[in-house]
Design a protein around this ligand. Structure first.
Ligand code: GLN
Length: 549
């Protein structure tokens, strides 16, 4: 029998519901269960792919090319399992499906209503998760906060699930926030009580309350929440904000949440959780490590969530290399105005992450020029690769008019151009080259040394590509094409030969990095950064292994 854990949020949003869901997944996976996690997003967009990162943070891409909420990144990083399209459902998807059924005449003249038609479709989408992922325990997180107009149909569907699949197979976890009142310094439980009351008015009684706060939460407060909200005292789990994200499963474990969930769902632990790996990573994260500075040159830097997976991938690589990364967030449009250069010059490495549109693009090109000329390690992710190619064209090949047709349609030298299959595409949603594609690595290159493999698969999200008519001339001037699609048609990775590490990839390696499995390109980049910072004397990524291959 499939078991479901439903996670709702109360009081305010952004209190760490996604990380709590991911951490609960980890508790169960460690006990020997196969777990999948789904996010139900109440907004009306079909997916976040068309939304500005300012609105929604990063768009996380899955193997199958789905463009999803950034919480799916947390889920994959915590449970180390690749998720699929059914793991992110929005109101937009639900309504599109129901309306197209209605247009086909599937409802035989009936009136289409939120209950039961919309709620049935929500339940059908939840049911697709065990069906397609074969997981035994499905964790379902509802975005937003209880009380939001948009989330009502989702909560009603979750309520109905209790009788559909049985009380013993469903449990409800409510994540709330305890505000601190300045005058007395007290943490307040009243908003939590109200949000639980709101949840109960919908017909959902939480089995567990995770109480979040920036301050230490006293046991008495948990008892008070238990009393007022009618939840077992041991099922009120205090969760104070901690600086080490990957410690959260351990904190929940210490609070006994793993056992509480198994008891509630009538499950027997299959194996003892083994936390050694995670404890080792946390110990490294706690230890004093030499500091390296990486300039992240982007256009959404005011909202760091827009680069969530890049930040996490750097964190994972830092644990493996044994350094502490300080990210210098640099706005590319500021560089254009001559601001922020001191910071850039103080960096031991430069990352230009993905992005769209021309705002700030010249600042990114200037940052790439700086990295190339000063031999500062550079990692270009998707747009960051385009920027690297444009810069090389302009300043090594010597033609200022070199550009991508994304930024100048009429450039005489379109070194980056639309993918041929994109030429006739006009719709914006879900139409890019998306998801996992193979990449063949060329022997003797930085990329090949980093991966120790000949063929890799990486996640993509782009419309533009390197234009092959420039292969020869760029190659003659020192650009190395170190990764290609297996048919040789598409450039996937470029490098610069007389540079310690200047590499750009057409894909997004950050989406596949996991805490205990740092991505090879991030790791190789960070090793060079550490050499630049004089923290490491040599960065020779396992030449032995490569020779043995
Ligand atoms: N805007 C570029 C493209 O569409 C890069 C996309 C990205 O960085 N993800 O190809």
């Amino acid at each position: 029998m499939i078991k479901y854990i439903f996670i709702t949020g109360g009081v305010v949003s952004s209190v760490g519901k996604g990380v709590s869901a991911a951490a609960i997944g980890k508790l169960l996976k460690e006990r020997g269960f196969s777990v999948s996690i789904q996010k139900l997003d109440p907004y009306i967009n079909v997916d976040p792919g068309t939304m500005s990162p300012y609105q929604h943070g990063e768009v996380f891409v899955l193997d199958d090319g789905s463009e999803t909420d950034l919480d799916l990144g947390h889920y994959e990083r915590f449970i180390d399992t690749s998720l699929n399209a059914v793991c992110n459902v929005t109101t937009g998807q639900i309504y599109s499906e129901v309306i197209s059924q209605e247009r086909r005449g599937d409802f035989l003249g009936g009136t289409i209503q939120v209950v039961p038609h919309i709620t049935n479709e929500i339940k059908r989408c939840i049911g697709l998760v065990p069906h397609t992922t074969k997981a035994e325990i499905i964790i379902v997180e509802v975005g937003g906060t209880v009380g939001d107009i948009e989330s009502l149909p989702f909560l009603e569907a979750l309520r109905q699930m209790r009788s559909d699949v049985g009380r013993e197979n469903t449990m409800y976890v409510h994540v709330t926030w305890l505000p601190r009142i300045g005058a007395t310094g007290e943490l307040k439980t009243k908003p939590t009580q109200h949000s639980v009351r709101e949840l109960r008015s919908i017909g959902i009684q939480p089995d567990v309350i995770i109480a979040r706060s920036d301050y230490v939460i006293d046991k008495n407060l948990c008892d008070k929440i238990a009393l007022f909200c009618d939840v077992d005292a041991r099922a009120v789990i205090p969760l104070t904000t901690c600086s080490i994200l990957y410690e959260i499963p351990l904190i929940l474990e210490q609070e006994g949440l793993g056992g509480i969930i198994l008891d509630r769902l009538g499950l027997k632990q299959r194996q003892r959780p083994d936390w050694l790996d995670l404890e080792r990573l946390i110990a490294i994260e706690r230890s004093a490590r030499p500091n390296v500075r990486i300039a992240l040159v982007g256009k959404y830097v005011e909202l760091q969530d827009a680069y969530m997976s890049v930040r996490e991938a750097l964190r994972h690589a830092a644990l493996a290399v044994g350094v502490e990364v300080e990210i210098l967030w640099l706005h590319s449009a500021e560089l254009e105005k001559g601001k922020g250069w001191k910071k850039l010059e103080s960096a031991h490495g430069v990352i230009v992450p993905g992005g769209f549109g021309s705002r700030g693009i010249e600042g990114k090109i200037a940052a790439a020029r700086f990295a190339r000329q000063e031999k500062v390690p550079y990692l270009g992710l998707c747009l960051g690769m385009h920027v690297m190619v444009i810069e090389f064209g302009r300043h090594v090949l010597g033609s200022e008019s070199v550009n991508s047709t994304e930024f100048d349609r009429n450039t005489p030298h379109p070194v980056i151009d639309l993918l041929p299959e994109q030429v006739s595409v006009s719709e914006k949603g879900g139409t890019m080259r998306l998801g996992l594609y193979p990449c063949q690595l060329v022997p003797g290159t930085l990329a090949k040394k980093a991966y120790h493999k000949s063929l890799v698969e990486e996640r993509h999200r782009h419309r533009f590509e390197f234009k092959n008519s420039y292969l020869e001339i760029m190659g003659e001037h020192g650009m190395v094409f170190s990764g290609l699609s297996p048919d040789g048609r598409l450039v996937e990775i470029v490098e610069i030969s007389d540079h310690p590490f200047m590499l750009g990839c057409q894909f997004h390696p950050e989406f596949l990095s996991r805490p205990n499995k740092p991505h090879p390109l991030f790791r190789a980049f960070l090793e060079r950064v550490a050499v630049k910072a004089k923290v490491l004397t040599q960065a020779v990524p396992n030449e032995v292994t490569e020779a043995a291959e």
